[in-house]
Design a protein around this ligand. Structure first.
Ligand code: PLZ
Length: 459
């Protein structure tokens, strides 16, 4: 057979190995010898600027399990940072991608077009909040889509400025790095940064200086003051994460997001929801904006949108989107056909697997298992989040002082026992839980019990 002939028919089995056994199995210490050998190669071949959470190399993954090259089966509380909500080898995604790959891998949508792109756009136009006329432009990464949302807002308003918030994360590219709040490791040494980015306070309930009951009102007043100071007529966009991701899974106080939307509208500023991490059923609604009835002018999705293939989108009011002149938007890979095929598989699974309800169920289970620990531990300040985007914030017992060492220790204890947790937060003291939405409930509970035991060790 010629090497140019596909070795299997187009409708190949979705996963030649089947889904990994949905069970936590530890056969070596973590990382095991094979992972350690690969890590040595990695350290020689890659620059130290590329970090890693757990130096374990993956052989395959699916459902709620990641199998490493030593045969360890880890419980996945990361989903590749909120990406593989449908699992890392879901047949609905894999089958479509295989079929698409065997048909054509790329044409560049700017050169010749394909239906999958339009299908993804139609779905997003229909399912994002608001009944108004919408259009969608596709890109590859979250940062790229955020940059394009700002470009579109600038083009449609003729204004330069962008307002973002404390604890925000919007990416690592030049503009989004400036929009991201945290200096280290995201910005340090990488300046000069893009200008015209202004930052307003975010009502972080646990840490609002005058108390949570004042947070909404004071944060909105601070936003108004900022707009007064910099001139609202210079601001193109206000960009906000409805639930902050990297900043610590912070759910702003009730009323804040609708207030921001109203302020933006009042000044002719484009209101942009960054749903890169919170979108696509993760928070127990299709989009986190829905929890407070927001109708963003532009909504940015990525991550879980294509279940592991690089795809991002800006969806918004047709008249705002039309601000960018013909030829002004694009990218070689933007809306790649494999990624569009994957997204269509995700859309199918959102429905067939009722992923919104699953995320709600995950929240109930997480609360049930972890609330007793939070109640009894002085080191856990709070359990918070929405749906399957939950986290615990760790402090020095009896204070609100962030305790990043405790978060590192708890996370390391989970990793040793085969539960892949992630740390986040401006102060590095938040442990987040981002399981695939399709995780078996007994695996979820097992992982939570490991985490709960590690938290109990703190005091
Ligand atoms: N907006 C809300 O969460 C990506 C970052 C991982 P990209 N978050 C994970 C890392 O350390 O680089 C993110 C996000 C929100 C934008 C982005 C950026 O998405 O696909 O990583 O560019």
């Amino acid at each position: 057979m010629s090497i140019f002939e596909p070795s299997s028919p187009v409708a190949a089995p979705a996963s030649p190995h089947g889904q990994p056994e949905q069970r936590r199995i530890l056969v070596t210490e973590l990382p095991g010898p094979r992972s350690m050998a690969l890590q040595q190669r990695r350290d020689r071949a890659l620059p130290p600027g590329l970090g890693t959470t757990l130096p374990v190399f993956v052989e395959r993954a699916g459902g709620g399990i990641i199998v490493d090259v030593d045969g360890n089966h880890l419980i996945d509380f990361a989903s590749g940072i909120a990406v593989t909500s449908v699992g890392a080898s879901a047949p609905a995604v894999v089958g479509r991608v295989q079929e698409q790959a065997a048909t054509f891998t790329h044409t560049c949508f700017l050169v010749t077009e394909y239906e999958g792109y339009v299908d993804v756009a139609d779905w997003l136009n229909e399912h994002t909040p608001g009944e108004h006329a919408k259009t969608t432009a596709l890109f590859s990464t979250g940062a790229e889509a955020i940059e394009n949302a700002v470009k579109i807002a600038r083009a449609s308003t003729g204004r330069p400025g962008v307002v973002v918030f404390d604890h925000a994360y919007h990416g690592r590219s030049l503009l989004t790095m400036a929009m991201t709040a945290k200096e280290k490791p995201y910005k340090a040494g990488f300046g000069p940064l893009a200008t015209d980015v202004h930052r307003a306070p975010f009502p972080y309930p646990l840490r609002w200086p005058t108390g949570v009951e004042h947070a909404t009102e004071e944060a909105l007043a601070a936003l108004e003051e900022l707009l007064e100071r910099v001139g609202a007529e210079n601001i193109a966009a206000i960009v906000v994460e409805p639930v902050q991701g990297e900043g610590g899974f912070v759910v702003p106080t009730t009323g804040f997001l609708p207030g921001v939307q109203e302020i933006a509208r009042g000044h002719g500023i484009v209101f942009v929801a960054d749903e890169v991490q919170s979108g696509m059923a993760r928070t127990g609604s299709l989009f986190a904006s829905e929890h407070e009835g927001l109708v963003p002018d532009l909504i940015v999705t990525a991550k879980a949108l294509a279940g592991g293939l690089p795809l991002s989108a800006v969806t918004g009011r047709a008249e705002v989107m039309a601000g960018a002149a013909p030829g002004g938007l694009g990218g070689t890979y933007a809306g790649n056909p494999l990624a569009c095929a994957a997204a269509l598989g995700v859309f199918e699974m959102v429905q067939t697997h009722d992923l919104v309800s699953r995320a709600q169920r995950i929240e109930r289970v997480v609360r049930e298992r972890l609330e007793p620990v939070v109640a009894e531990s002085l080191a856990v300040a709070e359990l918070r989040g929405r749906g399957a985007m939950m986290a615990v914030e760790l402090v020095r017992p009896g204070t609100l002082d962030p305790d990043p060492e405790a978060a590192a220790a708890v996370s390391a204890a989970c990793h040793r026992q085969g539960v892949l947790t992630l740390v986040c937060g401006t102060f590095g003291n938040v442990i987040r839980m981002l399981p695939p939405l399709v995780i078996d409930e007994d695996l979820l509970v097992e992982g939570l019990d490991v985490l709960a035991a590690a938290l109990r060790e703190l005091v």
